[in-house]
Design a protein around this ligand. Structure first.
Ligand code: ADP
Ligand code: ADP
Ligand code: MG
Length: 743
């Protein structure tokens, strides 16, 4: 191994065999970049020797560590991963034969320890992934000084771009447009406030050290300036430490889009743009959907963005993968430099999909001293033929509760089928725990289609097959985004979620077949195993001679319009696989009955999470429905139903609850006809208050008049019938407004 390494080190680049895993790249490897780029050439030394990377330490965790390891393995690079105590059994730590322990949860940030480990184990290169130490110039420098190849940009470029004020000065000097604003060192409250007045409100305060949306505040008017500055400074100080309180004041763009350009530069002065990504759909200033190409963007602006991004990179002698982020003002179509992320980015697979490249492979090759595998023209040709790609970030969080992060065990995890155009980058498998100590991203789902509409449809279909249980995720919300007309039309902006929140968060009805399936699934587990607590054999009418059971569920699902309701289900088994199922929701007049449904189920206990899972296939009168029913291992009555691409959460309750719910409602909310009758007259009006015992309706039955009297004091909500109507027994005649004590 070592001798091969030394031998190849002596070979000039032009004589080395070129890895060909980037399709079509081998033959083109020696071609120079496009003429337009030669103007950007920086100290283009032509006789740099290529030193292939043969071993790497990945200083990161989760999906990015796994993703880097995958490419490293395909390139024959010996890979070592790192883990903290709580990550010892995590997928990234288990994916390589070599894994080293770091200790405390925060140790992924312990640069000196990581460099020391790399030295001790004779590891040649270090890949920082994203987050953690990836944008830390001191760490990059420490690697260099220890003789370790840092797979990333030079420390100097990181320093230049790491400070939001300084990077803007460099950009202004090199003709890259920046958001109008103040980036100076005079930081008194009065000075900043005067600058804000010059810029004109609304303005945005940003920490020079910002990241992940922290330390940013919108200031809409002068009188809230001081308070917002104080809170931005406090947050930035807490997140970024010393120097975090230094603020920029920028014009706040009211309808901005986030459009960024993936760039790549080598040590030979070449720099290419691998297309742009629109990442406008964000929550808490953090991206959740990213796509390429950016929708509704004219070609002139697109090419201008690419050029400015390359200019930005070359202005700081950039090497490696980087992203230049721009903010695009929808009202003027002007764009401005926002920041440069000097690392691989979470959403890089989107660019890989539309350019047919492996950017981690490019990183290793560029770090080895090779030239870029493709020219700008070659990349553009690929983009033209490869269509569109979109990434959805799957997070452990609750969108209905303000996207509040969640953590816990992945009790059930079933992924869509992947292929060339459907890719999943994930750091977890079923049974793993998503810890609150780290970022809550569970996976990234990336799909490609021949055009944007196709890509969105394919993403939605794949999300429908993504089943995650045990903690809250944003999967249902992502499906809603895919179905949003405004999103499909490409009308995106960073305030998208807020702008469309009424549509995006509208509670959806849960159809009765969900409850039917839950009951059939439970019946399956009961006949297969011992009877569960609340399924009770019950005689009802004709069914008393058959095997019949009653179940009741409470809907416990923030996204359901039935949230909180009790639903009763009665299942009568007619023979081995044949059932009648009757479902009645609290508040429904009568049940919905599914007759002669053929249903088959199998239950298993998941080996890693010990959750009980039941797979059912049921032929309803009009359709086949496949369902997965999951019972939480820690709480058997907590149920999740995955069906027809939707997740619904229920709680199994005693059937007595349902009877109670029904009974209470009938007494409290309405008066029904005691027998078949004809309405002679209503004695009250809608909206009228009545006392208990007051006459409500006069009916005629069997030639006799009967006065129906009010069973309670209350307000009449609705009179269901008018004079002359014929009613069956049990028909609602009068409804009352619900009051607190009747609810
Ligand atoms: P940005 O939001 O700054 O433009 P990205 O979208 O590429 O950049 O996200 C990078 C962010 O991911 C980091 O700022 C950090 O909050 C988070 N992060 C850091 N390390 C990890 C990790 N190992 N796994 C998942 N997320 C991480
Ligand atoms: P971070 O380092 O936290 O990623 P950025 O400077 O990249 O910070 O900004 C993050 C997000 O904040 C952007 O994606 C955009 O949504 C919003 N943003 C940034 N600057 C502005 C601005 N001048 N006007 C309006 N929105 C902005
Ligand atoms: Mg950013």
């Amino acid at each position: 191994m070592r001798s091969i390494k030394r031998a190849s080190r002596r070979l000039p680049a032009s004589l080395r065999a070129v890895p060909t895993s980037v399709p079509g790249s081998g033959a083109r490897f020696l071609s120079t970049t496009t003429p337009t780029l030669s103007t950007f050439t920086i100290n283009g030394s032509t006789n740099t020797l290529v030193t292939p990377i043969s071993s790497v330490l990945i200083a990161n965790r989760g999906e990015i560590a796994l993703r880097v390891a995958r490419t490293a393995a395909s390139m024959g690079i010996r890979t070592t991963t790192l883990y903290t105590d709580i990550d010892a059994a995590s997928q990234h730590a288990k994916c390589t034969p070599y894994a080293l322990s770091l200790g405390a949860p925060s140790a992924y940030l312990d640069g000196p320890q990581i460099v020391e480990l790399a030295k001790q184990h004779g590891i040649q290169a270090l890949h920082p992934g994203y987050g953690f130490l990836s944008e830390n110039p001191a760490f990059a420098k420490a690697c260099e000084e220890a003789g370790i190849v840092f797979v990333g940009p030079p420390a100097k470029a990181m320093t230049d771009m790491g400070d939001k004020a300084r990077s803007k000065e460099i950009m202004n000097a090199s003709g890259v447009p920046c958001v109008p604003g103040y980036h100076g060192s005079e930081q008194s409250v009065e000075q900043l406030k005067a600058k804000a007045a010059d810029i004109k409100y609304p303005v945005l305060l940003k920490s020079v050290k910002g990241g992940g949306g922290k330390g940013m505040r919108i200031v809409r008017t002068a009188d809230e300036f001081e308070a917002q500055l104080k809170s931005a400074r406090a947050e930035a100080r807490a997140s970024f430490g010393e120097g975090g309180e230094v603020m920029l004041v920028e014009k706040y763009i009211v309808r901005p889009r986030h459009v960024e350009v993936q760039i790549f530069a080598d040590r030979h002065g070449n720099c290419v743009a691998l297309g742009e990504r629109d990442c406008s759909v964000q929550r808490r200033h953090q991206k959740i959907l990213e796509e390429s190409p950016a929708p509704l963007l004219d070609d002139v602006t697109r090419k201008d963005l690419w050029d400015k991004a390359r200019k930005a990179a070359l202005a700081v002698d950039y090497v490696g993968a980087g992203t230049v982020e721009f903010i695009l003002d929808k009202d003027t179509n002007e764009f401005y430099f926002m920041e440069m992320n000097t690392r691989l980015q979470v959403e890089h697979p989107v660019s890989e999909m539309v350019t047919g490249t492996d950017l981690v492979e490019w990183q290793f090759r560029v770090a080895a001293g090779e030239k870029l595998p493709l020219t700008q023209d070659e990349i553009e040709a690929r983009i033209l033929e490869r269509g569109a790609a979109i990434e959805a970030r799957i997070y452990a969080e609750n969108p209905e509760k303000g996207f509040f992060p969640d953590s816990g065990t992945l009790v059930h995890l079933s992924k869509p089928q992947t292929n060339e155009d459907v890719r999943i980058d994930a750091g977890f498998v079923e049974g793993d725990t998503v810890s609150e100590a780290y970022d809550g991203m569970i996976a990234k789902l990336i799909v490609r289609g021949k055009d944007r509409e196709t890509a969105i449809r394919k993403l939605e279909l794949a999300l429908r097959e993504y089943e995650v249980d045990g903690l809250s995720t944003n999967i249902e919300f992502l499906k809603r985004l895919c179905n949003s007309q405004a999103f499909i039309e490409g009308d995106v902006e960073t305030g998208f979620i807020d702008k469309w929140k009424t549509d995006l968060f509208e509670a959806k009805p849960t159809s009765n077949d969900v409850f039917a399936q839950a009951a059939l699934g439970l019946l399956g587990t009961q006949t297969q195993n011992a009877p569960a607590a609340h399924g009770q054999a019950l005689g009802f009418g004709e069914a008393s001679t058959q095997n019949s059971r009653k179940f009741a569920f409470r809907v416990q699902d923030d996204a359901s319009a039935e949230e909180g309701k009790i639903v009763g289900v009665e299942v009568a088994q007619l023979n081995n696989k044949l059932f009648n199922v009757s479902v009645r929701k609290e508040g429904d007049d009568k049940p919905q009955v599914f007759e002669n449904v053929v249903s088959e189920s199998t239950s298993t206990t998941a080996p890693t999470s010990s959750a009980k899972k039941t797979k059912l296939t049921t032929y309803f009168p009009l359709a086949r429905v496949d369902t997965t029913l999951v019972q939480d291992p820690a709480d058997n009555e907590k149920l999740t139903v995955f069906q027809l691409g939707h997740k619904t959460q229920l709680r199994l309750v005693s059937p007595v609850w349902f009877d109670k719910a029904l009974g209470l409602k009938e007494v409290a909310a309405s008066v029904v006809a005691p027998m078949p009758c004809k309405i002679l007259r209503n004695e009250v009006e809608e909206g009228q208050s009545v006392e208990k015992g007051a006459p409500l309706v006069v009916i005629e039955s069997m030639k006799m008049e009967t006065v129906i009297r009010s069973p309670q004091s209350g307000v009449i909500k609705k009179l269901a019938h008018k004079e002359g109507d014929i009613c069956k027994a049990g028909t609602v005649l009068v409804m009352f407004e619900e009051t607190e004590d009747s609810a």
